[in-house]
Design a protein around this ligand. Structure first.
Ligand code: 8YV
Length: 305
């Protein structure tokens, strides 16, 4: 049997299949099994770091249950001849749903108004203050990959005008491309962030971008905390320079800036973009399928190039 080390668990039904076909070891036994493992199962934020890769001389493949791979040293692994796979496509709809959900929830103040009902304030205080529309507006998307396209289609179905910023215009969408992110933010009511976290995209949503979005603008981040200047974001929300924010991701997860907890114009989620049983099952299955393909000598299904 082929030895596999797991840095994260898969969904139970896929985990059972993995255990039926491979000899599985957990990361807490790393020292004992580093010399024999030929595959590592991980996700976008759980490594293994280069030092650990160096300590696994027989490692042939790293399979990640995530689309993002900012926490995996992909180039380092590849330089050692170890391919890395991720799970693109299968989570597009879930992440796009959450992005649009956050856009609506933040604009319409759905979480704050839910709290209003639960606190028994409706009969006492009457009508809840008016919110903002989430349709018929201008939606800017930062990042126009697979998930960006799925978000754009949904935003458009709500009669929003869609525009986007990415390094290069993409040829298969008709939406307007903005070469300048500040300009896109200035021309948007909502800015939805779905760009990979890389050294180049760190804090790409800067103070200038946030302030260009402005006092009635809403920022939605379903990418990674690191791509937003979180300090500038908090400050802009406190001072009213930004209208609101719907956030699924943070710089220092699971820590969230506590000052956001009291803000009714902010909706917070615990990094759940892909967190449905259907999608997590599909992600797990793709991890297993990549391992199976590799050890059967077939081409990998979703290798990160
Ligand atoms: C989860 C994600 O964080 O796919 C990604 O990049 O951010 C998420 O799906 C996670 O990796 C699930 O294990």
């Amino acid at each position: 049997m082929i030895d596999v080390i797991q840095f994260v668990k898969l969904r139970p039904e896929v985990q059972a299949e993995l255990e039926a076909r491979y000899r599985v070891h957990w990361k807490d036994k790393f020292d004992a099994v580093a010399g024999i493992v030929r595959a590592a199962v991980t996700n976008g934020h759980s490594g293994p770091a280069p030092e650990l890769i160096d300590r696994m001389p027989r490692l042939e493949i790293i399979a990640s249950a995530s689309v993002g791979y900012d926490g995996i040293p992909v180039e380092y692994a590849r330089s050692k001849g170890i391919p890395v796979t991720n799970t693109p496509e299968v989570l597009n709809d879930d992440v796009a749903d959450l992005a649009i959900g956050l856009m609506i929830m933040t604009a319409r103040r759905l979480v704050a108004s839910d709290r209003y009902v639960r606190a028994g304030r409706w009969p006492q205080e009457g009508e809840y203050p008016l919110a903002q529309r989430a349709s018929g507006k201008r939606v800017g998307i930062l990042g126009m990959g697979r998930i960006g396209r799925a978000i754009g289609r949904r935003a458009e179905a709500m009669n929003n005008t869609v525009a986007y910023h990415s390094r290069h215009p993409v040829t298969d969408v008709a939406w307007r491309h903005y070469p300048d992110l500040v300009e896109l933010a200035r021309d948007s009511d909502f800015l939805i962030v779905i760009i990979p976290s890389t050294p180049q995209t760190g804090k790409i949503v800067s103070k200038a971008v946030i302030e260009a979005l402005g006092p009635t603008g809403i920022l939605v981040n379903v990418a990674r905390g690191a791509v937003v200047d979180e300090e500038a974001l908090v400050e802009a929300l406190q001072s009213g320079k930004l209208g609101g924010a719907g956030l699924d991701v943070f710089v220092n997860e699971p820590q969230v800036p506590q000052v956001l907890f009291g803000m009714d114009n902010v909706v917070l989620q615990p990094h759940v973009g892909s967190a449905t049983v259907e999608t997590r099952r599909a992600m797990s299955q793709l991890v297993l399928d990549n391992l199976d393909a590799h050890f059967a000598g077939r081409p990998l299904l979703t290798e990160i190039k």
